[in-house]
Design a protein around this ligand. Structure first.
Ligand SMILES: Nc1nc2c(ncn2[C@@H]2O[C@H](COP(=O)(O)OP(=O)(O)OP(=O)(O)O)[C@@H](O)[C@H]2O)c(=O)[nH]1
Ligand SMILES: [Mg+2]
Length: 359
């Protein structure tokens, strides 16, 4: 099985993990590190003999440590990329942050600018102070003010935890390689199919939303060329605006990647969601990627009789205006090789490539 990162780095691919280097800092974590630094001892060279000067230098050094800590932590957030990110990656980060990815960066930039001005002001004030007490009071005032600046502007930092998780789990997409997205309602067998035909081994279980993130699998076409197969979370039958964050990851994948979409359906009488709902979701998917990029497939054919297959295929045609291209059993491996071949042919027709010859 291919290791996601080493595999992609080998080919010079830039993963989200390489672009977004972020720690889940919070106001509380910054405050406790800052206060801890402030109380630590500072040594002043013995060559400085004047007692007041020694005191002032000590407080300047303490404050400088606090300032450097905050500047380093917050600058790392302020430098997070926006425009350099592939729209797929950017949307996933926005899903993780309730749409606030850019707000996080904006507020970090604000902290960096104001903190630097504040530090310059207090450095000067401490060095100009006329007594031990005054220097101490100014140093404490500085720490209080810089921390309250962070507090006022770190509201969105609570999303950094979710962002960090997204960064770690988002697959590296190589835009030069052909891509197939497997989409459909929960429980139609998407993960079973992806695990059967590719290197990915996503979790499979009889509960909806077993798959919570987008998972990448690969099929080797030839040396240095792979077909990318994306397992996506299930999408429910409801307006696109109402989808939850898990479903929205599937939508982001459909919306932003140059791919062919296998729309997997479960025509069995005991399917988890009704066939009618599956037809509605097919129409939603069509509204995102367009009819010509969708390859409709019936799964679980091992437990559906021919009569029902025919009836359901008729509905797909009459209600949604699609042909069912293939009937498979992901569980038993029936017709899955054929599926790969046909989907890659469709990819070639749409994008003017000839990958299917490599299979
Ligand atoms: N009989 C039969 N069962 C299948 C087939 N494919 C998948 N299943 C079963 O259907 C259930 C759901 O399979 P998954 O592959 O997890 O479905 P999914 O679409 O990825 O589900 P979510 O991650 O919840 O969206 C599991 O119990 C599978 O064993 C098939 O071809 N035939
Ligand atoms: Mg799944």
């Amino acid at each position: 099985m291919l290791e996601r990162n080493s595999f992609d780095r080998e080919l010079g691919q830039i993963c989200l993990e390489d672009l977004v280097k972020v720690k889940p800092v919070t106001f509380d974590s910054i405050r406790s590190s800052a206060l801890n630094l402030f109380i630590q001892k500072v040594s002043i060279p013995p060559s400085v003999k004047d007692e007041l000067k020694r005191v002032k230098l000590r407080y300047v050094a303490k404050c400088e440590r606090v300032y450097q800590l905050i500047a380093t932590e917050i600058s790392a957030i302020a430098r997070l990329p926006i425009n350099e990110l592939h729209p797929f990656y950017l949307e996933l980060l926005n899903i993780a942050s309730d749409g606030h990815y850019q707000d996080i960066i904006k507020s970090a930039k604000k902290i960096v600018v104001i903190a630097s001005d504040l530090w310059r002001e207090y450095r000067r004030k401490i060095l100009n102070s006329s007594s031990h007490e005054e220097a101490k009071k100014l140093a404490r005032e500085f720490v209080g003010r810089i921390l309250s600046l962070v507090k006022r502007n770190s509201h969105y930092f609570s999303y950094l935890q979710e962002i960090t998780k997204t960064v770690k789990t988002t697959p590296c997409v190589v835009t030069e390689w052909p891509t197939v997205i497997v989409a459909g309602m929960p429980q139609v067998g998407k993960s079973t199919l992806v695990s059967r035909i590719s290197s990915a081994k996503p979790k499979i279980s009889p509960y909806p939303f077993t798959t919570k993130t987008v998972i990448m699998g690969h099929v080797k076409l030839k040396e240095g060329l792979y077909l990318q197969i994306l397992d996506t979370p299930g999408i429910l039958d409801r307006p696109l605006e109402d989808l939850n964050t898990i479903e929205r990851k599937a939508i982001a994948t459909l919306r932003h990647l140059k791919a062919v979409t296998v729309y997997l359906m479960d025509p069995s009488p005991d399917s988890y969601y009704s066939f009618e709902s599956q037809l509605n979701v097919l129409k939603s998917v069509e509204s995102i990627v367009g009819k010509e990029r969708i390859f409709v497939v019936f799964n679980k054919i091992d437990k559906v009789d021919n009569e029902r297959v025919r009836k359901c295929a008729d509905l797909v045609e009459k209600v949604a205006g699609f042909q069912v291209r293939l009937a498979i059993s992901a569980l038993h491996g029936y017709n899955v090789d054929k599926l790969l071949n046909e989907v890659l042919k469709l990819y070639d027709t749409i994008y003017g490539t000839s990958y299917h010859r490599e299979l």
